[in-house]
Design a protein around this ligand. Sequence first.
Ligand code: NA7
Length: 545
Amino acid sequence: MSAPPSDSQPASRAVPSSVDVVVVGAGFSGMYLLHKLREMNLSAVAFEAGTDVGGTWYWNRYPGARVDVESLAYSYSFSEDLEQEYEWQERYPTQPEILRYARHVADRFDLRRDIFFRTRVNAAAYDEQGRTWRVRTEHGDAVTARFLVMATGCLSASKLPEIPGLDRFAGATYHTAHWPHEGVDFTGLRVGIIGTGSSGVQSIPVIAEQAAQLTVFQRTPAYSLPARNRRLRPDEIAAMKANYRAFRQAQKESGFGVPTPIPTKSALEVSDEERDATFERAWESGSLVNLLTAYADLSIDQAANDTAKRFIHRKIHQIVEDPRTAADLCPEYPVGTKRPCLDTGYYETYNRENVHLVNLRRTPIVEITERGIRTSDQAYEFDVIVYATGFDAMTGALTSVDIRGRGGASLDEAWSAGPRTYLGISSAGYPNLFMITGPGSPSVLSNMVVSIEQHVDWVTDAIAYLDHQGLTTIEPTQEAEDAWVDHVNLIADATLYPKANSWYMGANVPGKPQVFMPYAGGVGEYRKTCDEIAAQGYKGFALSV
Ligand code: NA7
């Protein structure tokens, strides 16, 4: 696997022996945290495995990588100056444009001086006597902190497929989440790609334009909508900037962190013509949220959801010329229960002569060989294999650090039957440990920047509250945590989400317990709950002096 080269970052400085807060990760969460902690006059350091800021947008440099939330909405709201002065170029910015934004924020707020790059955190142990966390890095440094915040992101621990012979292939291999910084030239090459989630769906059309041949190995098809990306017009940027405060408020109160009208109608109560026209508008709009919120019951009623499924199947059959390929591209699970994708020319790509789809449901991969990939019916030869096989999502980055709470209890072991948190922010037995957008919070079911800002604000408010009250620790009670886990499950079970084998459920990692990890009750409702808990003196948490 080709490793990304290092591209920047300051020379060696000594890691301080003690700070108020250790932050793990310098993506959008870690950056905003550092900024807020500084404003509170708290000392903090962040450790980051990459050579620069950006998190997800630092690592995922595969061709065609874009965000699926519009730039003017997928941006920080904490600084009005930043909001007003920053110039987004595209409706759905590319990875380089988002990384440029992250770097701009790091420069603007001088964040890098508190970040140690090229530094993974290996372990963190709670010292019950000292009421501090002892955090160890891969370089052997240790730092003591009153608070530990895991700003490690939901999609950071990348995952290779469990296929025999992975090391045998003689050609080049790349994982979409560890793309070489200098890019890859596929010109004239025979390329095999495994995986058709967002990373596959976005990269396949771009790779197909360069490669001599592209063979796509698909286990589960994705539902994908055309992004209809374009350059932003000056008038729409100006209109948003004039209205930003109201827009940000609407984001906070919305279901997905993207303001949309709340649907009231059932998909089953309208005529076929009306429904088709509604879905057509959503398809034309290039917005996932417009599709997912077209009717009130799409996420909870199978028959309602089937109407959206049939609409998208029809679209796929209209676009893809070969009927068998089109049928193979049509998903069967309910729309929206696995992360839907936004694409640029994805289905059209299958009309190219140099692109071939292999349906792994029919002919599974048997092994990787020295020359390529062997399925149950054929051996394929490649110069390059691309793994677009995703992540150990939501928990992988948390449990890959050896976190030990009270009595030396391992977080990894405590979560062996699935993650258990209170609000997706904290876990019983782990005082003063916070997670940003952890499992049990809306996280990946939302515009991540909105959820990140909410969690960072809530966590820093909690720290300020403790300091103001002369308290030292905060930790959820077991009862509050159990009740929250039950609540998260109850909401998930009222939806169609558990009907798909998705990474939301942990289903993509063999052996991972299958529980629905994000909170599906919506960003606005969730925020209200968090605010009420704080207003009631952090109800459900044990606070101690
Ligand atoms: P995803 O969405 O987890 O997609 C990974 C893809 O790789 C998916 O199609 C998987 O099929 C496939 N996969 C994984 N393991 C295998 C094996 N062993 N054999 C064949 N195919 C396999 O990751 P992405 O990086 O595309 O996107 C992650 C998120 O980033 C996305 O949801 C957006 O939120 C942004 P499966 O579905 O498991 O059958």
